[in-house]
Design a protein around this ligand. Structure first.
Ligand SMILES: N[C@@H](CCC(=O)N[C@@H](CS)C(=O)NCC(=O)O)C(=O)O
Length: 180
């Protein structure tokens, strides 16, 4: 994997694409970001399971192959590229880190898609980015939103003032932004 510039095929609304790209950026591994469906994505090898992100890397026989599944790919990148490791040297900390990663892979994506799609106004705004993941919320679904990035919700469609915590989190996310 180490000698060839990597290509990562993903989508801005795909949390796993952002996760893998964040690792590439943090580790300063040269790569090209290719958005799924863009002309650059045509004629690339296809993965066995059509998921995002896809890392285009030379296979064992030297031919390019599309690989999926961010967690093992991140581990493989560790052995192919030195420096700025994302795996803690202490096995206990590394285990807790892996546990958190697994938990976030499973559940944080649900919160993200919920944020992106639970309000009908936002569905229209986000649909191009999250695609099929954003489904319109039927009008009869009660407008319930926990206190989180925003202050308490007043009612469906009512503008809510972002909380101070929301501002801080958004500023941190902007600093970490990997948006294309
Ligand atoms: N375990 C995989 C999960 C990848 C995954 O579920 N990706 C979603 C997008 S975030 C996907 O490709 N869904 C099907 C699709 O978009 O067509 C990983 O960590 O990379």
């Amino acid at each position: 994997m180490g000698d060839t510039p990597l290509r990562i095929v993903g989508a801005p609304g795909s949390p796993y694409s952002r996760k893998l790209r964040a690792v590439l950026l943090y580790r300063r591994i040269p790569h090209a970001w290719i958005q799924r469906g863009a002309p650059e994505s045509h004629n690339l090898p296809q993965p066995r399971v059509d998921l995002l992100p896809q890392l285009i890397v030379p296979g064992a026989d030297g031919a390019l192959a599309a690989r999926v599944d961010s967690t093992p790919l991140i581990r493989e990148l560790e052995s192919s590229f030195g420096g700025r490791s994302v795996i803690h040297p202490d096995p206990v900390v590394a285990f807790i880190d892996a546990l958190l990663e697994d938990y976030a892979d499973e559940w944080l994506t649900k919160a993200m898609f919920h944020r992106a799609g639970h309000r009908s106004r936002r569905v229209h705004h986000r649909r191009p980015a999250v695609g099929a993941a954003a489904v319109p919320v039927p009008a009869q679904v009660p407008a319930v939103a926990p206190r989180g990035l925003h202050g308490p919700r007043v009612g469906r469609g009512t503008h809510r003032r972002p909380s101070a915590r929301g501002h801080r989190l958004r500023a941190a996310l902007r600093r970490l932004s990997i948006a294309a």
